[in-house]
Design a protein around this ligand. Structure first.
Ligand code: ZN
Length: 197
């Protein structure tokens, strides 16, 4: 009933966050009706994503060896906010209240624990603290979502980094339902950062 190209598109796009089969189907038909030039531009944009690099310190996307935070000498590298996703970093940046460095752990699926890649990233953070900060960070802020999964991962991080930081804090309560950083408005997030515990 539906051509293969459309089926393949729907299949690939329904797996993306926030896009279910219905939206993927709508998108497929919408895009199939676009002119060739617009489609070519989209194709280019997707293609360029595949060439993007990661900051070798914090794993944020970057065109250079270091991202815009890690390469800024005015940022305090002894205070490190551990976040799940790039969008969490951007949300915190938008508050303008954080002048430290970040560390991107990678997205944690609900009710799951850390995977091998995430464990390796944490190992890498430990080595970085040992090598670059003389074995002790001033503060590690675990800025994960305030839900059961976030709580669980926070406990793992506290256990593993208790000897590598003067203090380990997390965001203050107050982020609304679901506790997702990504959806908190800037003011709420700023106050959760200020009231970290
Ligand atoms: Zn970086």
């Amino acid at each position: 009933m539906i051509p293969d190209a459309i089926k393949k598109f729907i299949d690939a796009f329904s797996r993306l966050p926030s896009i279910g089969p219905r939206l993927a189907t709508r998108l497929a038909f919408y895009l199939a009706n676009l002119n060739k030039n617009d489609l070519k531009n989209l194709e280019m944009a997707l293609h360029q994503l595949a060439t993007i690099n990661r900051c070798e310190k914090c794993f944020f996307v970057s065109e250079n060896r270091l991202c815009f935070v890690c390469s800024n000498p005015d940022r305090n590298q002894k205070t490190i906010a551990v976040v799940e996703k790039e969008t969490d970093l951007l949300s915190i940046e938008q508050t303008g209240k954080f002048k430290g460095h970040y560390f991107i752990l990678g997205e944690v699926s609900p009710r799951k624990t850390l995977d091998v890649a995430q464990r390796l990233r944490l190992q890498y953070l430990k080595e970085r603290i040992l090598k670059e900060l003389g074995g002790r960070a001033k503060e590690i802020i675990v800025a994960l979502n305030l839900d059961a999964t976030g709580d669980y991962i926070t406990q793992i991080i506290i256990q593993e980094f208790k000897n590598l930081a003067e203090k380990i804090t997390r965001l203050g309560r107050g982020i609304p339902t679901g506790g997702e950083i990504e959806f908190a408005d800037s003011e709420t997030l700023a106050s959760a950062l200020e009231r970290r515990v």
